[in-house]
Structure formats: C-alpha cells, structure tokens
Design a protein around this ligand. Structure first.
Ligand code: DC
Length: 223
C-alpha cells in the first residue's frame, strides 16, 4: 500500500502533538513532531553560545536526528538524547526565534521530507501542509482560542513549582503566535486545501475522532 502523509499544522498549544499521537496510534503510522527538531537546533545554538551571524555556518556541525523507539519519537543531538531537555520555556522561546532563520528551515527541510517519503506519517508543525509536504493526502489546521490554549497549559503546569501565572502563559502564547505568523520564511498559516479543526470547545477524544473522520473521508482508508 502507498504511504499516506498527513499534515497537521497550527499554533502552539492547540493540542497538535497529543491529538496527532492518538490518531497515529489508531492509524498505525509514525507520528513526527517537527517542533522537536527546531527546539533541538535552538538548544544547540544556546548551549554553544552561537551568535546570530555564525548560525548558518554552524548548522552542519549540529548533527540532529530523529529515532523511533517502540514507535515513540526521540530526538538526538549527536549521540545525546535531548528529548526532555528541549521542553523548557526558554527553549520554546529560543526555538520560535531561531525557526525564523531561513538557513535553519532549509537545514531541517530534507530531514522532514525524507521521513515522509519512506513512511506513512502524521507530521505536525507550522508549515507542513504549506511547505514541507505540499502534496500531503490530508491537511488539517488545528487551532483553539489563545485563552483556551493558555487555560490548558496553566492546568498542566499548576501543580509544578514556579508555575507561571495564567496571564504570563497567555502573553507567551500571544507573543509566540505573532512571531510564528509574521516571520518571512514559511510563516504559520492555513494551507488553502487544509481542513480547519477548532478545538476550543472539544476535548482530546472528540478532537482525535474528528480528525479520524476527516482522514477516513479524504483517503477512503478504514481507520
Ligand atoms: O510545536 P513546538 O511548540 O514544539 O515548536 C517549537 C517552535 O518551532 C515554534 O515556535 C515554531 C517552530 N516550528 C516551526 O517553525 N515549524 C515547524 N514545522 C515546527 C515548529
């Protein structure tokens, strides 16, 4: 059977990764979180204190790769598994900034395309339907209001020490949305042929079911 490529794009905190994981389990295909690649480049630049003017020439030395362990994605910087280290607020903000650099996007482009060429994938990010997989079989644009996304994040973090306030989280989300949508190269936007799914009033199970329904309708695959 031909590989199926499904693109899910949308702003930070819309639930893309959780929902895409649920859908990939139902479909039996690989889930690829491309944000992890941008975060890993941001970690590399931060750890090595690379100034902006040297970023482009430093990229070939970064050695970023994805590996799949029991179906779950892990991201590596050289031989080091950095999958957990890249999940801090500092790296979130750094990734939003460095992902605007065209050389960074060009560097990660082939990594993403080659995974989709040789596997059935659900790939999530910001420019998957518009740039990385323009011929994807199904494109979804997953979103939710900024307030609802901040609310979900706040609930996730509420139990942790040093939890930011709701307002800080909301400000962060609005700032990242702006940066992701207004950069010159591959800004976050809905592809013309993408189906919009707004999860503001849907829970995870309802969101995953809606996406499965769209995939079944578009591909004729029995999920
Ligand atoms: O999805 P995420 O929050 O882990 O992504 C981290 C940053 O990477 C985000 O600010 C936008 C950027 N990104 C991107 O520009 N293109 C992608 N395909 C995925 C993520």
């Amino acid at each position: 059977m031909k590989n199926i490529n499904i693109a899910i794009d949308g702003p930070a905190g819309a639930g893309k990764s959780t929902i895409a994981k649920m859908v990939s389990a139902k479909l039996g295909c690989i889930y690829v979180d491309t944000g992890a690649l941008y975060r890993t480049i941001a970690l590399y630049i931060t750890e090595n204190n690379i100034p902006d003017e040297d970023i482009e020439k430093s990229l070939p030395g970064a050695d970023v790769s994805l590996r799949f362990v029991d179906g779950a994605q892990r991201v590596f910087l050289g031989d080091r598994d950095v999958s957990d280290l890249i999940r801090t607020p500092e790296i979130s903000m750094a990734a939003s900034r460095t992902s605007a650099i065209p050389a960074v996007r060009a560097y990660l482009f082939e990594t993403q395309q080659s995974i989709a060429r040789s596997n059935s994938v659900i790939m999530d990010g910001r420019d998957i339907g518009t740039v990385v997989l323009p011929n994807a079989d199904v494109k979804i644009f997953l979103t939710a209001s900024a307030e609802e996304r901040a609310n979900r994040r706040y609930k996730e973090l509420a139990e942790k020490p040093d939890c930011p306030t709701y307002q800080e989280i909301l400000d962060d989300i609005i700032k990242r949305d702006y940066q992701d949508m207004h950069r010159e190269t591959a800004p976050l936007k809905q592809a013309e042929d993408a189906v919009l799914v707004d999860t503001t009033h849907l829970d995870l199970e309802q969101s995953a079911n809606e996406i499965v329904r769209i995939i079944t309708e578009k591909t004729g695959c029995d999920v």
